[in-house]
Design a protein around this ligand. Structure first.
Ligand code: SAM
Length: 356
C-alpha cells in the first residue's frame, strides 16, 4: 500500500515513519510513503504557498496551484491512481468502518491543510473525500494524516504480529474493548480478576465480553443502539477457532442491573456461570418477586452449581430432587417459577433439560 503525503512540513513525519511498526512494515515492503512538499512546486521566488482570503477575514489560505502541481507531478500512467483524502475539520468523521474502507485501497493521498485551510477549488477538483479526525480544530492536517496512517496500517495483513488482536479491539465489533491486566497479580491492593487465571477460554471470553458491554454502556451508550450489534457480537464469538465455536450458538443479549451488565441468552439465563454474583441473584430475586433470599435458597443454588461444575450442565428437572435431596414442593416454595426458570436462572446456570 502506498501513502502520498502532501504537507508543507514534511519534517513532522521523519521520526513518525522511522520508528516502530511503521518502520518494520516499510522494511517488509507492506507499506511505502512519499512525502511531497507543495512548496517545492511554487513558481515564485519566495516559494509562497498561501495568500490572503478573498472576501477578507483573518488568516491565510493555501493556494491551489502549488498543491495541484504537486499532485499532478506524482501521478504516473504506470501506478495506481491515489484515492485523494483532504484532512479537514469539516469532513466526515473518521470511524473504524471508514478505516476498513481505506485499508482496501492500494494508494491513498493525504492532503494536509495549514492556516485557514485549502482553496476550495483544489478540493472540488481533486479530493475524493474529506475526513475529520474529530469535532475539534488542530493546527494542521499532519497529525490527522498520522492518525489515518496508524489506523489503516494496523489492518494490513502482516502488519501486526498477532492478527487476532484486531478482532478483540475497541470498535472492531462495535464495542469498546475489555480492560487488560498483566503481572503482578496484585498491585496496590488491587487484584487481577480471578477468572483470567482459570485457563478456561470460553469463560474468559464471556467475562471479557461482559466487561466490554459494561464499558460501552457506561462510556458510549449510543454505540449499543446500533441495529445488528447483537448478531455481530455473537458472530465474533463464533468465528473459527474462537473460544465459543463448536458450542450451541445462543442469542446474545445483555441484562442490566445496578450498573452491571450480564450477557444472557434470549430467555434471560446467564451465559457464563462464572459471572454469577450477588447483583445477579438480587436481580432475579426482584424479577421473581421472592421476598428474601434464605439459607435454603443459597444451599439449593450451591448444590445446583456443584452439579454443574462436575457435569458441565445443570441437573435435568426430573433429577433435581434426587440430586439435591430437596422435595419438589419445597423447591417450588423457594422458587415459584420452578427449578429451571427460577432456581437454575438465579444460580447463574443455563436452562436445564426438561424445563418448559
Ligand atoms: N479554518 C478551518 C476551520 O475552521 O474549519 C480550520 C483550519 S485548521 C487551523 C488547519 C488545517 O488543519 C485544516 O486545513 C486541516 O487540514 C487540519 N485540521 C484541523 N482540524 C482537523 C480535524 N479535526 N480533522 C482533520 N484535519 C484537521
Amino acid at each position: 500500500m502506498i501513502f502520498d503525503i502532501y504537507t508543507i512540513f514534511p519534517g513532522i513525519f521523519t521520526s513518525f515513519l522511522a520508528e516502530s511498526l511503521l518502520n518494520k512494515a516499510q522494511a517488509k515492503g507492506l507499506l511505502s510513503f512519499n512525502l511531497i512538499n507543495p512548496r517545492d512546486f511554487s513558481d515564485d521566488l519566495h516559494k509562497t504557498v498561501d495568500d490572503r482570503p478573498y472576501g477578507g477575514g483573518p488568516g491565510m489560505v493555501m493556494k491551489p496551484e502549488p498543491l495541484t502541481m504537486a499532485l499532478e507531478s506524482s501521478l504516473s500512467l504506470f501506478e495506481a491512481l491515489p484515492w485523494v483524502v483532504h484532512l479537514s475539520p469539516s469532513g466526515s468523521l473518521l470511524t473504524q468502518k471508514k478505516v476498513r474502507e481505506l485499508a482496501s485501497r492500494p494508494r491513498i493521498a493525504l492532503v494536509c491543510g495549514r492556516y485557514e485551510g485549502i482553496d476550495q477549488r483544489f478540493v472540488d477538483l481533486f479530493a475524493n473525500e474529506e475526513i475529520s479526525i474529530g469535532d475539534y480544530v488542530i493546527n494542521g492536517g499532519e497529525v490527522a494524516a498520522m492518525v489515518i496512517i496508524e489506523a489503516v496500517a494496523r489492518l494490513l495483513p502482516g502488519f501486526l504480529g498477532k492478527e487476532e488482536s484486531l478482532i478483540e479491539e475497541s470498535h472492531s465489533h462495535g464495542l469498546l474493548e475489555h480492560p487488560h491486566y498483566t503481572r503482578p497479580p496484585s498491585f496496590r491492593w488491587r487484584e487481577v480478576p480471578k477468572i483470567l487465571f482459570s485457563g478456561h477460554h470460553a469463560q474468559v471470553a464471556a467475562y471479557r465480553l461482559a466487561e466490554a458491554l459494561e464499558k460501552t454502556r457506561s462510556v458510549r451508550p449510543e454505540l449499543l443502539d446500533r441495529p445488528g450489534l447483537e448478531d455481530e457480537v455473537a458472530q465474533a464469538l463464533s468465528r473459527p477457532g474462537a473460544p465459543l465455536s463448536g458450542q450451541k450458538r445462543k442469542t446474545m443479549k445483555t441484562a442490566e442491573f445496578q450498573g452491571t451488565s450480564f450477557p444472557v441468552d434470549d430467555e434471560g439465563f446467564l451465559l457464563d456461570p462464572e459471572l454469577w454474583s450477588p447483583v445477579w441473584v438480587e436481580m432475579i430475586r426482584q424479577s421473581e418477586d421472592i421476598d428474601e433470599i434464605t439459607e435454603e435458597h443459597v444451599e439449593f443454588m450451591m448444590l445446583l452449581r456443584e452439579y454443574n461444575q462436575e457435569h458441565g450442565h445443570p441437573p435435568r428437572v426430573r433429577d433435581m430432587t434426587m440430586v439435591t435431596g430437596f422435595k419438589l414442593k419445597f423447591i417450588y416454595e423457594l422458587f415459584p417459577s420452578g427449578p429451571g426458570k427460577g432456581a437454575c436462572k438465579m444460580a447463574g446456570l443455563s436452562k436445564p433439560d426438561g424445563c418448559a
